[in-house]
Write a protein that binds this ligand. Structure first.
Ligand code: MN3
Length: 225
């Protein structure tokens, strides 16, 4: 059962002026679709893998056959990440941060403004292509992470609840080389109601503690490959 490109949950021009209709069309119809097509091609010889949700394969990446593991990581990650990404936005944004999530953010970052600064800094400093993430840590808390390429926090036992694309294709059409401007502007379209719901739905993870003794933090390159 091949993966399908999910339709955008709003019109192409619904996120203007933060993201232009042209940029959205290119990003969704070309870039996201390319990940879907390449994932389907890679999984064609593996119908039993193709039948499983991509999030499940990313969570159990070390169990995916080696011959196709890198494709699941890159193309499958690209598909899963973008699918969630579109769900992070709503026209005009929503500032309805749920109580539990607001508390978790304050516990971790002391204030919402400091969280935003940390998130922006993570996105700006990420070298090359990748994503900035807000994740549920599986123990009732949240963390900000920067991961390269299409690597997913699912592979690290975390539940992604918000992500910002800092690949050049995500912001060059509207912001050219000004990545910091993109990271400041994108807050205006974030759907905090949806993000809060994802945090409420995040299950405790039996793997969240694994590896915590190595750094206690989240740097890139911890994903088994
Ligand atoms: Mn992208």
């Amino acid at each position: 059962m091949p993966c399908e490109l999910p339709p955008l949950p709003y019109a192409y021009d619904a996120l203007e002026p933060v993201l232009s209709a042209d940029a959205m069309r290119l990003h969704h119809d070309k870039h996201h679709k390319a990940y879907v097509d390449k994932l389907n091609a890679a999984l064609e010889p593996y119908p039993e893998l193709a039948a499983r949700p991509i999030e499940e394969l990313l969570r159990d990446l070390d169990l995916v056959p080696e011959a196709v593991r890198q494709d699941v990581r890159n193309q499958g990650g690209g598909h899963a990440n973008h699918s969630l990404y579109w769900e992070c936005f709503t026209p005009g944004g929503s500032d309805q941060v749920g109580r539990r999530l607001a508390d978790a953010i304050e516990r971790r970052f002391t204030s919402f403004d400091k969280f935003k600064a940390k998130f922006e800094e993570t996105g700006v400093k990420l070298f090359g292509s990748g994503w900035a993430w807000l994740v549920a840590d599986g123990q009732g808390g949240v963390e900000v992470m920067g991961l390269p390429n299409q690597d997913s926090p699912l592979t690290l036992g975390k539940t992604p609840i918000l992500l910002c694309d800092v690949w050049e294709h995500a912001y060059y059409p509207d912001y050219q080389n000004r990545r910091p401007d993109w990271l400041k502007a994108w807050w205006d379209i974030v759907d905090w109601e949806a993000v809060s719901q994802r945090f409420a739905d995040a299950r405790p993870s039996d793997r969240a503690g694994a590896g915590a003794d190595t750094s206690g933090g989240l740097s890139s390159g911890e994903i088994p490959g």
